[in-house]
Write a protein that binds this ligand. Sequence first.
Ligand SMILES: Nc1ncnc2c1ncn2[C@@H]1O[C@H](COP(=O)(O)OP(=O)(O)OP(=O)(O)O)[C@@H](O)[C@H]1O
Ligand SMILES: [Mg+2]
Length: 274
Amino acid sequence: MAARLVVVTGGKAGPGATTLAVGLAGAWAAAGRRVLLVDLDPAGGDVAAHISVGEIRGRGVAAVLAAGAGRVEPRGVAAEAVEVAAGLRVLIGLPRADAAGLLRPHVGVAVTEAARQVDGVDLVVVDGGRLLPGSVAQAVLALPSAVGVLAARADVPGALAAQRALLVAAEATATPLALVAVGVRRTSGDVAELAAALEHPVNGVVPAWRRQLGRAIQTGQLPTGGRLGRAYRSLAAGLWPPDDSEPARRAAGGRHARRGGQAPAEQEREAASA
Ligand SMILES: Nc1ncnc2c1ncn2[C@@H]1O[C@H](COP(=O)(O)OP(=O)(O)OP(=O)(O)O)[C@@H](O)[C@H]1O
Ligand SMILES: [Mg+2]
């Protein structure tokens, strides 16, 4: 059976989609899922800058495309995926923005579908890059079972960028995206303003964690440990239950019954200590 699919994306101006994709992938892996994080940002992949993956030149998506001569096979993806933690493999992205021509939307879809067929993977998390018209992110989001997560900065330019991205998403899928407010300082004000501006519920919150995230990126460590890790796990569990089996649902006590799960205020309490 094909692995489930979460597509993390953002609007213009780098709202924090890659950081969110890495945090969520790490959190779902820590929760027992077998995750493959796939960097499909055609503007150059940033995932490799967040996680220590060893030698990256000519590896990852670029190598899969070069080896397949137009065909993308699950075993090609599996060969290029690097295990970075228990339950977490990563397919790194294109090295440079000028390689974008390699990764057209239909190619992004082919890589995603191949990733979903890799043995031992039950959840594919795609960093889709920016959600623009005709983008890779839009094409992958249009896949029938895709669950979209949109990172949005909780300020006025961020809301404008997210508004445009939501319009692009609406052309791709009828399934509402989960909206995550990133870089939040005052939950009550910022989050309510973002939800009102977008006429869309805010399904999760990532506080302003510049120092902690900077340290995680500098060391190439996944943000799975300590308070940052706990906060991402709480966000991941609230956003979407990666395991909807009966025991998991019972363990969650019905909290996942509603889309968006944990209320932002609840998450904020968890995250405040991060
Ligand atoms: N919660 C946060 N708090 C503070 N800074 C953050 C947070 N999340 C991300 N950032 C910072 O914002 C910047 C952009 O983050 P990131 O690369 O994840 O954005 P992006 O949406 O993937 O951008 P792009 O569209 O260019 O790929 C980085 O410097 C990152 O460290
Ligand atoms: Mg990015």
